[in-house]
Design a protein around this ligand. Structure first.
Ligand code: AMP
Ligand code: GLY
Length: 434
């Protein structure tokens, strides 16, 4: 099997690491890849916006399977682009077409889809740029906090939560009229605030059936104790102790199954990963958002917990028939901690030499934003630089190991949260006692 993986983050390094272990993998290309993926395959210097160059690479290397890591090319219609090219008749693609990718690409579409299919989510209204007054009128009828969401992709920054009406009105004005978030903010979804605990649930689907992947908890805020601005994700823990069997049964029956059936009923042949961003509100699951890919850094925690070969499953899902293939998970716990550049999530420093990577032996290191300087040294190149993952029998073992290993690694300005997993220790204690 000759595989082309698209993307350049920690998620793609983790995917490349998993794919490279498969005996089915004869060739692995990563476009554009990063400083970590180049040890697992060949990086191709191609932009993800350049569908023509990607197609040329597929033809030149006789690629059998393309795996799309991030959402942007899917929302931009890369699958439709391949499908329209008759030279690529037998190419398998893991990831939805443009219609399916709208689950992530348009909050308005996602909310209306959930409403059509009776999938639990926060109540909402959608407003266009000429409806500012009506939107303010709606805000006045609902209690704070106010949740405002730009309709389109806004690099993970399109959700604003405001505690008072004045701030909500200002933000709404900026989005609908002021052009903040550009075209993505021309429509805004205003929805009820859900008070609960978040978790990320993933499936791999062939459009009919699905396999559940391990769930994870993401730590989104920059600061310890979940304070400060949102980031792309500062760390993850898998499994999620509050995702009990009873809770996950509700998730499958009320959310996952109706989503997959709903897609099929609407004529969307969805083959790929679906990421359900959920809120557990007193034991009841609600969808906060859909993503059409694996999470990052969730992937760095959940892929190491898949014990078998994932390649046959990805091939089968892309071919539209998962058949009876099992997806086996490892009972151990995984903790991932992100090492980030000084200043992140604001303007950050870059190009800093990273030392100590070779001294880490107890954890996996996935590169998220790294490159090489002219002397061949690994340097930081992005806000999120490295993901360090430890697998262990208990959460506290993992936390000890990962934080011990992080001490070996350094670059100027490096930051990380020291409390990943801390809030979950009491739950794990309760599980061990029961
Ligand atoms: P998103 O970009 O959709 O992942 O949203 C960013 C974050 O905003 C989520 O991870 C939640 O923490 C929060 N959020 C989004 N929607 C809601 C909601 N309806 N109620 C409470 N928090 C929310
Ligand atoms: N970690 C959240 C995301 O990938 O969207």
């Amino acid at each position: 099997m000759r595989i082309l993986l698209l993307g350049s983050g920690g998620r793609e390094h983790a995917l490349a690491w998993k794919i490279a272990q498969s005996p089915l993998t004869d060739m692995l290309l990563i476009a554009p890849g990063n400083g970590g993926t180049r040890h697992l395959g060949t990086n191709l210097d191609i932009s993800l916006q350049d569908f023509r160059a990607i197609t040329e690479a597929v033809l030149e290397y006789s690629i059998d399977l393309v795996i799309v890591g991030p959402e942007q090319p899917l929302v931009d219609g890369i699958k439709d682009h391949f499908a329209a090219d008759n030279r690529l008749g037998s190419l398998l693609v893991l990831g939805p077409d443009k219609a399916g990718a709208a689950l992530e690409g348009s909050k308005d579409f996602a909310k209306a889809f959930m409403q059509r299919h009776g999938i639990p989510t926060a109540t909402y209204r959608r407003f266009a740029s000429d409806e500012f007054n009506a939107a303010v009128g709606y805000l006045e009828t609902i209690p704070p906090p106010y949740v405002l969401k730009a309709d389109g992709l806004a690099a993970g920054k399109g959700v604003i939560i405001c505690n008072d009406l004045g701030t909500a009105r200002e933000n709404l004005y900026d989005m609908l009229i002021g052009g903040r978030f550009g075209a993505a903010g021309k429509k805004v979804v205003i929805e009820a605030f859900l008070d609960g605990i978040e978790l990320s649930v993933f499936v791999l689907t062939d459009g009919h059936s699905y396999r559940l992947l391990p769930a994870a908890k993401d730590y989104k805020r920059i600061g310890e104790g979940d304070t400060g601005p949102n980031t792309g994700g500062m760390g993850t823990v898998s499994p999620v102790p509050f995702a009990s069997t009873a809770f996950m049964d509700k998730v499958e029956k009320r959310i996952i199954q109706p989503t997959i059936e709903g897609l099929r009923d609407e004529g969307i042949d969805y083959r790929g990963f679906i990421f359900f961003g959920l809120m557990n509100v007193k034991g009841e699951p609600f969808v906060i958002e859909y993503n059409v890919r694996l999470g990052d850094p969730e992937a760095e925690s959940i892929l190491p917990r898949i014990s078998g070969d994932l390649v046959p499953l990805m091939v089968a899902a892309a071919a539209g028939d998962l058949g009876a293939l099992p997806l086996d998970t490892d009972d151990r716990t995984a903790v991932t901690v992100m090492l980030v550049s000084g200043g992140y999530p604001g303007p950050y420093t870059s190009g800093k030499i990273i030392s100590g990577l070779e001294d880490v032996s107890g954890s996996l290191i996935f590169h998220a934003g790294t490159g090489m300087d002219k002397d061949g040294q690994v340097v930081s190149q992005g806000g999120r630089v490295l993901a360090v993952t430890s697998l262990g029998n208990t959460l506290s073992d993992c936390m000890q190991q990962v934080y011990h290993d992080i001490l070996q690694v350094s670059f100027e300005g490096m930051g990380y949260r020291k409390d990943i997993g801390q809030d979950l220790l009491p739950y794990f204690g309760a599980m061990n006692q029961s």
